[in-house]
Design a protein around this ligand. Structure first.
Ligand code: ADP
Length: 272
């Protein structure tokens, strides 16, 4: 397959990341405390972990273990209570809300169990949305009609390439309600990656799909991870998928521990 300009640029950034030989994610002494009417929840036991550029790491664990919270903290959607969190060379805990939004838009591709596509927009417009948001941030657009129109045209062209990458170029004008669950998730993946992020954070991205469709979406995640030189963290309950990642970690009792291939095989036949 021909390499797109976006893929080439991401791959070259990834090569640079690897050459720098520094972890792209570095978490030290992470704690997260929620104070609720029913008491205090301490989610992490001074958590430490790091991820090298290009790794595809699975995180498994019981519901309520803190997997989503960990992704939210890495993606600057939530703040740690203690510790330091570097993601894509950025100390995420120190970002202002405005900086956090720009950081997410630039460096993080996020996909969730549900696609969260905007129902009134077409697949193409949904994919272009982060680019359009970025253009508005960049130009502060109001009044600058010609540059805004040029940017929009460019954004739609880039989004169209992404729809092709996820095999949905013939669905560009379809609204989310006219797409199957697997197609919706493929559009969501294209939208997550359209800005050329270095890090993909995926929270149960196939959790709402039947087994066959889930397998196809995971194949696509694997392919995009490799072809765009991404570093990916996937929360999943699917141990077959976890076993296909470069590393699998189990989050339990506030700690992360490595899961080897033998352990994964054992878990598959037991409960989780
Ligand atoms: P997982 O993704 O592993 O299922 P979560 O990260 O969603 O777990 O949640 C971990 C725990 O933190 C849960 O017990 C949940 O009740 C609690 N929690 C998450 N967010 C909040 C919040 N905003 N306020 C209070 N408790 C929360």
């Amino acid at each position: 397959m021909q390499t797109s300009p976006a893929a080439a640029s991401q791959a070259s950034r990834s090569t640079r990341d690897k050459e720098l030989r520094v972890p792209i994610i570095q978490v030290n002494g992470l704690e997260k405390t929620y104070r609720t009417a029913h008491g205090t929840i301490n989610l992490f036991e001074r958590l430490n972990f790091q991820v090298e550029p290009g790794e595809m790491v699975a995180i498994v664990g019981q519901s309520g273990a803190g997997k989503s919270t960990l992704l939210h903290i890495l993606g600057a959607l939530d703040a740690p209570s203690a510790g330091t969190v570097y993601c894509a060379s950025t100390n995420v805990a120190q970002l202002s809300p405005r900086e956090a939004a720009a950081f997410r838009n630039r460096e993080i591709g996020y996909v969730w169990q549900f696609h969260y596509l905007l129902p009134e927009f077409t697949a193409l417009e949904n994919v272009a949305m982060p680019l359009l948001a970025r253009g508005t941030q960049k130009t502060g657009v109001p009044g600058d009609r010609s540059s805004s129109l040029g940017w929009k045209r460019e954004a739609l062209a880039v989004a169209s390439n992404w729809l092709r990458e996820v095999g949905l170029e013939d669905r560009a004008s379809h609204r989310p309600g006219e797409l199957s669950g697997g197609e919706q998730q493929r559009v969501a993946l294209a939208r997550a990656l359209v800005n050329g992020p270095r890090v993909l954070l995926a929270d149960e991205p196939t959790g709402d799909l039947d087994e066959t469709t889930a397998g196809r979406v995971f194949d696509l995640v694997e392919r995009l991870h490799a072809s765009h030189g991404l570093t990916s963290i996937l929360v999943t309950h699917n141990l077959d998928m976890a076993a296909r990642c470069t590393r699998a970690l189990r989050l339990e009792g506030g700690r992360l521990s490595p899961l080897g291939t033998a352990h994964l095989a054992g878990l598959q036949s037991g409960s989780d």
